[in-house]
Design a protein around this ligand. Structure first.
Ligand code: ATP
Ligand code: MG
Length: 334
């Protein structure tokens, strides 16, 4: 059986002035039906570019390449933008963005926009669609849902607008929802309640989810798998418990250490010094070499291999679990 989503060696490049930016490089992962993947990484690491590449929504001048990009039986590489948006977008695959105002049309009511995205068919009458819209809006925590259908986006708060967007994207019961930091524009308590409802609805609908998040706590509590991105690469991925329980890539280790008392109430460690580089040339060695406390000579000259720990826990680094233990025991003197 095919996985729901199969991504192999996805690359995104785009021209920036005279130069070519390597925004996403050789990303591979799979997602089963109903599975939830959390994508983490610092600003500029390529999380949004990856999401947009899957949804065929990259900037027009970007180039997307991959060996495999499939949703079930559908070859996404064979579909152009129009075909994708006609047959899959908002139906089998949907995406919600950070700022809901930009995705809602200000001149139509909430109800009109929901009806439009769910065109009545033989199976669904206009009344069915309206009932479902009201059900979803209520489910996602919108009081007086029926009344909201007559309102315009500007009449709603940011939190309500984002809830409306989520309800809209769930109307067609997509197989996969991609949520790119869907709650970062909202205040913290609203964030938590929206995420909780999103997780419940995901289970209810058996929908797979890719959640881009800055919050490792959310990812560790609610996701099945995690993907850690750095400078356009996927440096480590696997089941959440495996990756966060025994992180292998020095970047993942640094990320975890930078969370205050993240685990075991342990001592606070400094966060990783430096910033994510934007790559304007294909890197020769490891993308993390400049910031890595375990860096070795070969890391600067050749790309580290992808290694695995068990079947599903993958990381791109020269270190093996054994060499790790050694070098952690004897910190570098530099
Ligand atoms: P954040 O956490 O800030 O949302 P991100 O991980 O989503 O970051 P991306 O937006 O995917 O990062 O950016 C990846 C790279 O692509 C970065 O170097 C960024 O500067 C660059 N980039 C993003 N959008 C564009 C664009 N429209 N044109 C050119 N470069 C872009
Ligand atoms: Mg982003």
């Amino acid at each position: 059986d095919r996985p729901l989503l199969e991504v192999r060696n996805l690359c995104v490049t785009l021209p920036v002035g005279e130069r070519k930016l390597y925004a996403v490089r050789d990303i591979s992962f799979t997602l089963e039906r109903g599975e939830a993947l959390g994508v983490v990484g610092e600003s500029g690491s390529g999380k949004s570019m990856t999401s947009l590449a899957l949804m065929n929504l990259l900037p027009r001048n970007a180039i997307r390449e991959a060996d495999v990009l499939r949703l079930g039986e559908q070859d996404l590489l064979a579909m152009d933008r129009q075909e994708f948006s006609r047959s899959l977008a908002g139906k089998r695959m949907a995406m919600i963005f950070q700022e809901p105002m930009t995705s809602l049309n200000p001149v139509y009511t909430i109800g009109q926009q929901i009806m439009e995205m769910t065109a009545p068919s033989l199976a669904k009458t206009a009344k069915d669609i309206r009932d479902r819209a009201v059900y979803l809006l209520e489910r996602i925590g919108i009081p007086d849902a029926a009344g909201r259908l007559k309102q315009y986006p500007h009449e709603l708060s940011g939190g309500l607008r984002q809830r409306v967007m989520i309800a809209m994207m769930l109307m067609n019961e997509p197989d996969l929802l991609i949520a790119d930091e869907p709650t970062t524009a909202l205040d913290v308590t609203v964030q938590a309640s929206i995420l909780k409802l999103l997780m419940e609805l995901r289970k209810e609908l058996g929908m797979a989810l890719i959640l881009v998040s800055h919050d490792l706590g959310v990812v560790s509590q609610s996701m099945d798998k995690i993907a850690v991105m750095y400078a356009g690469e996927l440096v480590e991925t696997g089941p959440v418990a495996d990756v966060l329980g025994a992180p292998q890539h020095p970047y993942t280790q640094g990320l975890l250490a930078s969370i205050p008392a993240a685990r075991d109430g342990g001592a606070r460690l400094p966060s990783i010094p430096g910033t994510v580089p934007a790559l304007f040339a294909e890197p020769k060695g490891c993308v993390f070499a400049q910031r890595c406390i375990h860096v070795q000579a070969e890391c600067r000259t050749s790309r580290p291999p992808e290694q695995s720990l068990g079947e599903t826990h993958l990381y791109r680094c020269v270190m093996t679990p054994d060499s790790h233990r050694l070098s952690l025991a004897t910190p570098p003197s530099a």
